[in-house]
Design a binder for this molecule. Sequence first.
Ligand SMILES: Nc1ncnc2c1ncn2[C@@H]1O[C@H](COP(=O)(O)OP(=O)(O)O)[C@@H](O)[C@H]1O
Ligand SMILES: [Mg+2]
Length: 320
Amino acid sequence: MSLQQTFGELRSQLAKRIIGQETLVERLLIALLADGHLLVEGAPGLAKTTAIKALADHLEGDFHRIQFTPDLLPSDVTGSEIYRPETGQFEFQKGPIFHNLVLADEINRAPAKVQSALLEAMGERQISVGMRTFPLDRLFLVMATQNPIEQEGTYPLPEAQLDRFLMHVVIDYPSADAERAILHLARNDYRQGQAPAAVKITAEQVFEARNAVSEVFMAEAVEEYLLALVLASRDPGSLDPELGRWTAFGASPRGTIALDRCARSLAWLDGRDYVTPDDVRNVAFDVLRHRLLLTFEAEAEGMTPDTVIQRLLDTVPVTA
Ligand SMILES: Nc1ncnc2c1ncn2[C@@H]1O[C@H](COP(=O)(O)OP(=O)(O)O)[C@@H](O)[C@H]1O
Ligand SMILES: [Mg+2]
């Protein structure tokens, strides 16, 4: 079986455990292939924990969940220096971020300084303490979750740092059919216990897959289209005066790179060795959603980043 087929098999195995949330599963795999992190927004009970745990079951690597709470400290995430009386020295005790797959649950329940510590670590892939730095594992994926209903006592994420997330995924309730299948699966698991993971992927295979993804071919016309979308998000007024009125800030170069990586990963996951404009369009919402800043005017009119992205996709001509 080729590596591409192995990942395809992993995807279908995961779909059997996480029913009717194909987007979530696909985005998790894209994040793994594109070496990025996910922000997942969705109501409680929508299989967010189940999804990342299931992925961990199929991967060589460890999993850790950090529950974000108002009293959490940055060092509870990153780790801290501990005094060892035996040696008379300070020793760095690694925090829970030193794992391969990290679930940062309900990230908006912790104050800004804790969120920043996580986002910084995600971006820099290391923890600095005094003069020393401790690199995080090469296989390092954070999935942060956020409840869409802003509850009392929650802290909004720092907008300027949000683009450390490769994608911002929004998930919704499953369909009626999926709900039935979930019920049957849960009954079955309760009776028989869960079967062990059939596909196992090593860290080395993940790195190999990442190399393959970076070799996926992108025609010049597709690259033009990708760039046109990002540039249009920065200067939307030139395309459509209304869009200009709605958008305060567009996507940064980080957004451009993310769009490229995600489109490639999706193409590869779908068994191709070339990117199509549809790959770019498919990931555009999740890649751009948290990178656009709307004007007050737009927000007052009830616009969301999704409205703007849809309009960008409708207006920017596909060049391929
Ligand atoms: N789409 C789904 N497919 C399979 N099981 C699901 C699905 N949605 C929810 N469940 C089940 O519902 C329960 C809650 O899921 P969980 O992953 O803990 O939710 P979350 O972390 O999003 O709050 C779990 O027992 C899970 O197995
Ligand atoms: Mg959960």
